[in-house]
Write a protein that binds this ligand. Structure first.
Ligand code: CMC
Length: 429
């Protein structure tokens, strides 16, 4: 039986080092002892985009990208999607265990009573252009919430922290819905606390003059399942932003604003918006081969395909594909589905995509469902941000409680000019 160590010979000096291997990893700091002389800073690990660097130990979400496995706190995503609801899943992510019945009742109550936002929030939302992207509005308004809750900066007070976590989970749908209504020029609809988390969101998005909004149960459940699937995804770009910004010990609203901004990009949560624009541009099934050819020639991406971690299949995509059929029974079939299905079929048989292990990801079908439910494409990343809030706050809390964590501060390999003396402007050029 071998030892759990790594022996490294520094060929510059001939020195040998024995480095411990713990949990399948070596500590990057071990390399700092490898120096050519006493003045040397020590060896650094170079890893742009953190492709092989674990920045934390985490007990929240477990992904096996080769096997297509996704588990929250050990529970398979397929079981949660079938048997849980978003609020229960959010409790699981935040607290680490599924709630008892009474814990769930209390959690649901606590989230529900925090759905309202300060009236002043409405006023500054009104200042946005009529066609402002709702994701831009969300980034700004969630950051602004920190000014309404100055006590939120007491991040090491566990009671305050839990209160802010509940507020964030509760208020994101309200901010999102207000941004949506603003873009349509429609009056804001206040939360209806008799409804479920997703039912209330549909109410705030779509209610008009009726006294009471009754969400369609199929769409309400479909939205809830989509929220479960999007609730966390370990150290993705936005979770990393949440942890990095949160590591400066700023309040959680400011850190969440950074996470929402990270999610906005088309390589992350903005991908579902990009998928819909792409499908609309392809327009007909006949145009697919030409589109695929252009992607292979490097003229663009097949949005909704590929993933840094999943190299076989994305388990969320399989659940969403199934969900799409249930939604279409209520909304009618989205004609873009035919283009998506044919695109997927052709891509999965194509050597370019097979060799690079590119498969449909969570965003490939979610946009088609959202569009069928009446959302404009600009709302898609917002619908990602609402449930991902539970993941962000869980990652943030875990980071704060981890004694190994400090302010996030990567190193660099400086490749710029060596020391040189300032030149007066008259002598330049
Ligand atoms: N279409 C065409 N080619 C692609 C795609 C794609 N969607 N994704 C990757 N490739 C190619 C890429 O050009 C590269 O080719 P080559 O080896 O010839 O240079 C190879 O596949 C490896 O790609 P990579 O960019 O090194 O892979 P990555 O792990 O850095 O990127 C990704 C992962 C998700 C950013 C990327 O696959 C991508 O841009 N996909 C499209 C955007 C998208 O759907 N994003 C949603 C991700 S899932 C939800 C979320 O996390 O928010």
């Amino acid at each position: 039986m071998g030892k759990d160590t790594l022996t490294v010979t520094d060929n510059r000096t001939g020195q040998e080092f024995e480095i411990p291997i713990e949990e399948g990893a070596v500590r990057a700091m071990e390399f700092r002892q490898m120096k050519v002389d006493a003045d040397d800073f020590g060896l650094l690990a170079y890893d742009p985009a953190f492709t092989n660097t674990a920045a934390c130990r985490s007990a929240i979400t477990d992904i096996d990208g080769e096997k297509g496995i996704l588990r929250y706190r050990g529970y398979p995503i397929e079981q949660l999607a079938e048997k849980s609801n978003y609020l229960e899943t959010a409790y699981l992510l935040v607290h680490g265990e599924l709630p008892t019945r009474s814990q769930y009742v209390e959690w649901e109550h606590d989230i529900t009573i925090h759905t309202f936002i300060h009236e002043n929030t409405k006023k500054f939302m009104e200042g946005f252009q009529h066609d402002a992207h709702p994701m831009g509005m969300l980034v700004s308004t969630v950051a602004a919430l920190s000014t309404f809750y100055p006590e939120a900066k007491e991040i090491f007070d566990e009671d305050v922290r839990l209160l802010e976590i509940k507020r964030l989970i509760a208020k994101m749908p309200t901010l999102a819905a207000f941004a949506f209504r603003h873009s349509l020029g429609k009056p804001y609809v206040y939360p209806d606390n008799d409804l479920s988390f997703s039912g209330n969101l549909l109410n705030m998005l779509y209610k008009m003059s009726e006294a009471k909004y009754n969400p369609d149960p199929v769409l309400e459940r479909a939205l809830d399942v989509l929220f479960i699937l999007h609730a966390d995804h370990e150290q993705n770009c936005s979770a990393n932003a949440m942890r990095a910004v949160g590591s400066s010990h700023v309040d959680p609203y400011s850190a969440i604003a950074a996470a929402v901004a990270a999610l906005y990009g088309p390589l992350h949560g903005g991908a579902n918006e990009a998928v819909l624009r792409m499908l609309a541009e392809i327009d007909t099934v006949e145009n697919i081969p030409g589109f695929i050819k252009r992607v292979k020639e490097g003229e663009g991406l097949l949005f909704g395909f590929g993933h840094r971690i999943y190299k076989n299949f994305d388990p969320r995509a399989s659940i969403i594909k199934e969900l799409a059929h249930q939604v279409f029974e209520v909304t009618g079939r989205n004609p873009l589905l035919d283009i998506a299905l044919e695109l997927e079929r052709i891509a999965l048989e194509d050597e370019y995509f097979i060799q690079r292990k590119l498969y449909p990801n969570v965003d490939f079908y979610s946009g088609i469902i959202y569009q069928s439910m009446g959302f404009p494409v600009t709302m898609f990343p917002v619908l990602f941000a609402i449930p991902r809030t539970a993941g962000w706050v869980s990652q943030w809390q875990e980071m704060l409680e981890d004694s190994a964590q400090k302010i996030a501060r990567p190193r660099q390999l400086y490749v710029g000019a060596a020391k040189r003396d300032f030149v007066a402007v008259s002598k330049r050029g």
